[in-house]
Design a protein around this ligand. Structure first.
Ligand SMILES: Nc1ncnc2c1ncn2[C@@H]1O[C@H](C[S@+](CC[C@H]([NH3+])C(=O)[O-])CC(=O)[O-])[C@@H](O)[C@H]1O
Length: 330
């Protein structure tokens, strides 16, 4: 089990205090019914991390933690045991974790359009190991609640936060579907790289809206296709070798979905083709990556022949006026 008490204590002093009781109960239930063979091994790696004095942290393109001494071999071994590192880059006491994704490139695309995060309570859905959460903290966020069902992501965050020791930034082992519904509390909610994994993307948007306070902002990033309003692709079989991809709308279709689900002030702020500069295999994420997912003769196609990934960023607001239609989706 993971000790989330410092995060719960932090929440109890914020506008999110109504989440403390249901979240504690949900975590208790999770630990009582836990059936994951990897977690004990991961936790013994975390518990054995060497104690090292931190002199300085810097959350810029690389999320860096520095100390007076070079990293001992035990830290390198522990971090290597937590491979693959898909999100980063990080630098811990001189160990450079060159992750598969250079997430600083996406952050640059997103950050230019964000509301001022100073003092904000932020939810990062599908947070991965919390790389973006550290960038949100550096931008002034008071709370970053990451949620991600991947245990490896959760424990990678624990490894980094072992040295940063920030109780206001957690990665919780939860899906969006299992989050306490209608918290109505977060100033900004990020959903980046998650919507295409959801079989019911409109439900996802509905759940995201429920997490936001009235007037709060959703930052939505997902794979899209070129094309017109109303169009979307449901790839049969795999997409870029992923077997859990459901809906790839056009950016304009996505804007329509957001409107349908009760958002306003919807803006498409970026559409960028994913490049091998941003996503590639490294020592910290061995094996296949984007270049193997694209067609060898035509990089505008996936290996399966679908349009290659383009990622769109949309921002949309939850209306301040709560007199909204309650969409019944059941
Ligand atoms: N239902 C779900 N609820 C919450 N998280 C989920 C769910 N399903 C999958 N995930 C998690 O969402 C993340 C998707 S990666 C994006 C990471 C980061 N946001 C990024 O923008 O780089 C995809 C990509 O590489 O773009 C994974 O960590 C999943 O475990």
């Amino acid at each position: 089990m993971i000790n989330y008490q410092p995060f719960l204590d932090h929440l109890s002093h914020t506008r999110l205090n109504h989440w403390v009781v249901p979240l504690s109960a949900q975590l208790d239930d999770l630990w009582a019914n836990l059936n994951d063979g990897n977690l004990p091994r991961f936790m013994s790696i975390i518990n054995d991390l060497p104690s090292l004095a931190v002199t300085d942290t810097e959350f810029s393109d690389t999320v860096s933690i520095r100390g007076d001494i070079q990293a001992p071999e035990t830290l390198l071994t522990a971090l290597q045991q937590l491979k693959p590192w898909r999100k980063g880059p990080f630098s811990l006491f001189g160990i450079d974790i060159d992750s598969e994704w250079r997430c600083n490139l996406k952050w640059d695309r997103v950050a230019a359009h964000l509301p001022d995060l100073t003092g904000q309570h932020v939810l990062d859905v599908g947070s991965g190991n919390g790389y973006y959460g550290w960038r949100m903290k550096a931008a002034g966020a008071a709370t970053v609640a990451g949620i991600d069902p991947s245990w490896l992501s959760v424990v990678q965050h624990l490894a980094v936060n072992r040295y940063i020791n920030d109780a206001s930034h957690a990665v919780l082992p939860l899906t969006m579907e299992s989050l306490t519904p209608d918290l109505n509390a977060f100033d900004t909610v990020f959903s980046m790289g998650v919507l295409y994994h959801r079989r019911s993307p409109l439900d996802h948007l509905f759940e995201l809206r429920g997490a936001l306070r009235p007037g709060g902002t959703l930052v939505l990033e997902t794979i899209v296709i070129d094309g017109h309003e109303g169009e979307s692709l449901v790839p049969i079989g795999r997409y870029a070798r992923m077997n859990n991809v459901w809906f790839l709308p056009t950016a304009k279709t996505l804007a329509q979905w957001l409107e349908k689900m009760g958002f306003e002030n919807i803006r498409i702020v970026d559409e960028s083709r994913t490049t091998a500069e941003e996503q590639r295999g490294t020592d910290w994420k061995p094996g296949q990556s984007l270049s193997e997912y694209l067609h060898p003769d035509d990089p505008t196609r996936t290996v399966e022949g679908h349009p290659a990934p383009i990622r769109a960023i949309l921002l949309a607001d939850k209306p301040v006026n709560q007199r909204l239609k309650r969409y019944r989706l059941d």
